[in-house]
Design a protein around this ligand. Structure first.
Ligand code: MLT
Length: 256
């Protein structure tokens, strides 16, 4: 059996929030949200997905296996249900979690992500990035994500995310690129989601633009859509106050 994913578990009461990070980062990208939740007395769990952070030695191939590993962390902690929050790659895993572990989910926040699979052009881009990671390392893959940022990003945000990306193992980054390249299109399964759902997107996010967020918000029954004008792809880092307002509102609306 594989090792359990690395994770951080904060104190607090009630249904916890489970954070699933973007590519190529780890649980640290959620520190702002976790501080906010801790102040509100809400427990949070942030995992390092397979291949990242403290889970660097665990390589998985499919998005379904990524989701199953996250569910195993809940099993390990004795948590029956969680509010699942995923950004971009974390959103792909959240949607797989919703398909495979619906009974474990009390709410869903999808940020800067998409339900569709990769286009042929997108798959080519993954292969280019796999070669880039092999040749130049993890930070080079981050540097190529130029569409992620709105014009004139805060240099402190870029530095924070770049340092996190640079610390990831090349093997983990490559395995995740393969996982994302090969993930299925989950759009037809969106109407099956039956928990309170919020969809967040940066208005200037060119990686996963608002049009893709609208598709998800329309298809998931009762979902709310929140477009942060002028923000890029990493809305939780760029606009933590707005992001946390949506998150706290979802915590209040979660299903029992
Ligand atoms: C991410 O932010 O997780 C990635 O941009 C997702 C992707 O490349 O599809």
């Amino acid at each position: 059996m594989a090792d359990l994913l690395a994770f951080e578990d904060s104190r607090g009461s009630g249904t916890p929030v489970l954070f699933l990070h973007a590519f190529p980062f780890d649980h640290r990208m959620w520190w702002r949200q976790r501080d906010t939740l801790a102040r509100e007395g809400v427990r949070s769990i942030a995992v390092d997905l397979p291949g990242f952070g403290g889970s660097a030695s665990i390589l998985r191939r499919s998005v379904d296996e990524f989701a199953d590993e996250a569910a195993r962390v809940l099993d390990h902690l004795g948590v029956p249900r969680a509010i699942v929050v995923g950004l971009s790659m974390g959103g792909y895993v959240s949607l797989a979690f919703a398909r495979r572990h619906a009974a474990r989910m009390a709410g869903l926040l999808l940020a800067d992500t998409r339900s569709s699979g990769d286009t042929e052009e997108g798959k080519q881009g993954r292969n280019t990035n796999i070669e880039r990671a092999r040749r130049e390392g993890s930070a080079a893959v981050f540097d190529a994500m130029t569409k992620a940022w709105a014009p004139n990003p805060d240099p402190a945000h870029v530095a924070e995310m770049r340092a996190m990306a640079a610390s990831q193992s090349v093997d983990g980054v490559i395995a995740a690129l393969e996982m994302m390249r090969d993930r299925p299109d989950g759009t037809s399964r969106l109407p099956e989601i039956r928990v309170p759902t919020s969809v967040v997107v940066g208005g200037a996010d060119d990686l996963t633009p608002p049009s893709l967020a609208e598709i998800m918000a329309r298809a998931i029954p009762g979902a709310t859509l929140h477009v942060f004008d002028g923000a890029g792809h990493f809305t939780n880092v760029e606009r933590p106050a707005e992001f946390d307002r949506v998150l706290l509102d979802l915590v209040r609306r979660k299903s029992d």
